[in-house]
Design a protein around this ligand. Sequence first.
Ligand code: TYM
Length: 333
Amino acid sequence: MTEQKKTVFSGVQPTGAMHYGGYLGAFRNWVALQEDDAYDVIYCIVDLHAMTVPYDPHEFSRRRLETAKMVLALGIDADKSLLYMQSQVPQHAELAWILGTLTPTGVLNRMTQYKDKVEKGIPSSLGLYSYPVLMAADILLFHADLVPVGDDQKQHLEMSRDLAARFNNRFAEVFPIPEPLIPETSARVMSLADPTSKMSKSDPNPKNRINLDDTPDVIRKKIKSAVTDSDPVVRYDIETKPGISNLLEIMSATTGRSIESLSDEFGTGGYGRFKEAVAEAIVAELAPVRMKLEDLDDAEVARILQKGALDARTSAERFQQQVRDAVGLGRIE
Ligand code: TYM
C-alpha cells in the first residue's frame, strides 16, 4: 500500500519586494518541498492579508503580480505546485468566518505581531486583529500537514493548531493538526541596518534588507554598509556583536558552512574581507533567480494564476463542504 502524500501549504503577502530573510526563513524550503515526492504543495499569494495595512490600490495590483512572478522565479513550478491568489478563492474568507466564531478574543489580544504593528502606527482594524484567524483558515482549508515559515509565524501557527483541535472537538474530526517547518539557522534573519530587529518588507529604510531582485551591485553596497561594531574580529556573539552574528548566520545558511569554520577562516582578516565574501555568496545564490525573472512575462504569470485559482477553488469547495456539513450549514434538502 502506498502511503498518502502529506499536504504542504504556505503563503506570502504582496506588501513589498520579497527579501533574503524570507528566502532563508521560508521560500528556500518551499522549493525543496516541491521537489520531494512525499508532498503535495500549495503556495498562496495572500492578498487579503496584505489589505490589513494601508496600501495604494494601483500599486497593489502590480505588487500582486510581481510577487507571483518572484515565487515562480524562485523555482516554484506550476506543474508541480498549486500557486494561486488568495482573493480568488472565496472559501478562505468563508472558513475564516467560521473559525472566527471559535476564536476567543483573549487569544487574539495576546498576538505579538498585532501588538507590534499597532505600536508601529498601523491603524488597528478588525481585519488586522483577525489576521491570524484568516491565516488559520488558509492552512486548514486544504487540510495542510506541514507549513514552512520563518520564526516570526510561530505564534500564528500555534493558534492555527489550537483552532483545528477546537473545531475537531466541537464538531467532527475534519482537520489534521498542522506542523510548522522552521529552519534551524536563519529562521529569523535580522535587519542589516539595525541587527536587533528583524529584516522586514515594511521597514522604510531600504538598506535594512536584500531584496531578491536587487542587482549584484546593490547587494554588494548593502552588505558593505551593514551595521557592525568596532571590534574587528569575526566571531559569533549575539549580545555584543549582533551585526556580525547576523552576517555569519546569513553566510552559514547560504553556503552550508558552519559558523565555526567561517569564524576560523575570517576571524582576524577584517570586516571588509568578510563582508565581500558574504556579498559574493548572496550574489551567487540569487543569480539563477535573476535569470529566471528576466525570462518570465506577465501574461504567462497571469495565465498560471488563473489556472491555479480554478484548481484551488475546485479543491477548496470539496473540503469546505465537509466543514459546512459539520457545523450545520449543509445543503437544505
Ligand atoms: P510574509 O509575507 O510576511 O513573509 C513570508 C515568509 O517569510 C518569512 N520571513 C522571514 N524569515 C526569516 N527571517 C526574516 N526576517 C523573515 N521575514 C519574513 C515569514 O516567516 C514567512 O514565512 N503571515 C504570513 C503570510 C501567511 C501565511 C499563511 C503563511 C498568510 N497565511 C498561511 C503560512 C501559511 C506572513 O506574514 O508572510
